[in-house]
Design a binder for this molecule. Structure first.
Ligand SMILES: C[S@@+](CC[C@H](N)C(=O)[O-])C[C@H]1O[C@@H](n2cnc3c(N)ncnc32)[C@H](O)[C@@H]1O
Length: 366
């Protein structure tokens, strides 16, 4: 079954730290299960009456308060209440105590592994079925060939920490930059077409910037760009995540520019140019960090051209470790829906299957 990919209106609550710590400490020394339960039961009643608010409004925990996802927390209290022995209850209590204490995060994201159950939004399965594009805020979907915002969002949640830098060498309408603003990551986008870059910059600027991050869209060819001065202008020398969403060769022609990868005369030349883009981006990616390629295949003169796997091999040949192949359903635009019957007929007649998926290849640098 596919994981829930929507951005749920997560309900957060703010708890008084001292009260919670006192309740846990008192319960941990309790020897009678019924008394322990009574304490937790009374505390739970108070917690469930607290006002909850969406994730976006959740302030970080501090010395006096703890911000928690309500349902996950109530679930933990319920687990304690359901324990049949003091020993079991103490086990759950200790786990909860540890969870509200220090955060345990990996070096590449802000996911607190001590409270991993609270991250419903973060996907971990390799099949992403997303039938609804996020069209909130500045995500206006004006650009033919953009990706859905949930893709860069998921990648940033898994592979960056707040305040780190994301590079998108095929920035298009700036979808990644908008998500950077929402998640508090800095972003650099490179886009070949000046008109597209200008409109993207305007769109990105219409998105609120609550974490005051930089989102810079540079006009340039990502196969020849010198990232040195671009990074230096932001006083950095490395980025922590690269998200590449190249043209799927000539499926959509993005411009008439020769350097546009959608104008590469053959699949071979497309792959060669893509390899150069990857090489440049990889050179400024910090060690042991992640690079993702979002790409679909194409069909040409009766033959399925596996652009995705060709692109995947390019990155592996540059010494990156393949961490995941994610298959994502292609969202159905109105135009595609109208053509559906025609494609079904063609598929039946031509001996092929109609494209319904694209890939997200995830790599880690050595
Ligand atoms: C598939 S789109 C990316 C869309 C983007 N993810 C979005 O959500 O809007 C590919 C983009 O790469 C740009 N592009 C093509 N060749 C390029 C190159 N050599 N350097 C930089 N951008 C290029 C195209 O103009 C197009 O906007």
């Amino acid at each position: 079954m596919a994981q829930n990919h929507s951005q749920p209106e997560d309900t957060y609550i703010t708890l008084d730290r001292t009260t919670l710590e006192t309740v846990l400490e008192a319960c941990l020394v309790e020897t009678e299960l019924s008394f322990l339960r009574e304490r937790i039961f009374a505390y739970r009643a108070g917690v469930s009456a607290l006002p909850a608010y969406p994730r976006a409004l959740a302030a970080p925990s501090d010395v006096d308060t703890i911000v928690l996802q309500r349902d996950a927390f109530l679930g933990e209290l319920d687990q304690i209440l359901a324990a049949r022995t003091v020993r079991r209850a103490v086990y759950y209590l200790s786990r909860l105590q540890k969870g509200i204490g220090e955060a345990r995060c990996s070096s590449v994201n802000d996911i607190n592994l001590n409270r991993w159950k609270e991250y419903d939004e973060v996907l971990t399965d390799s099949l992403w079925v997303m039938d609804r594009r996020d069209t909130s805020g500045a995500h206006r979907a004006w650009y033919w060939g953009n990706f859905i915002p949930q893709i860069p969002r998921q990648l940033m949640l898994r592979y960056t920490r707040a305040g780190e830098w994301v590079l998108d060498p095929f920035s298009g309408s700036g979808t990644t930059m908008i998500e950077c603003r929402r998640l508090g990551r800095h972003g650099i986008g490179v886009e070949l077409s000046p008109d597209v870059a200008a409109r993207a910059a305007e769109t990105v600027d219409s998105e609120p910037n609550p974490f005051a991050v930089t989102t810079d869209i540079v006009v340039g060819d990502s196969a020849t760009i010198d990232y040195g001065p671009v990074l230096a202008s932001h006083a950095i020398d490395r980025v922590q995540l690269v998200v590449l969403h190249p043209p799927y060769h000539d499926i959509i022609q993005f411009s008439r520019h020769d350097a546009d990868l959608s104008n590469a005369p053959t699949v071979e030349s497309f792959i060669d140019r893509f390899a150069v883009v990857v090489e440049r981006a990889r050179a400024v990616l910090a060690p042991q960090r992640y690079l993702a390629v979002v790409i679909g295949d194409k069909y040409h003169e009766g033959e399925w051209i596996p652009l995705g796997f060709r692109a995947m091999q390019v990155v592996m040949d540059q010494g990156c470790t393949l961490k995941s192949i994610v298959v994502k359903n292609l969202d159905r635009t109105r135009a595609k829906r109208e053509q559906q019957a025609l494609w079904r007929y063609r598929a039946l007649a031509g001996g092929f299957y109609v494209f319904k998926h694209e890939y997200i290849f995830v790599f880690q640098t050595p």
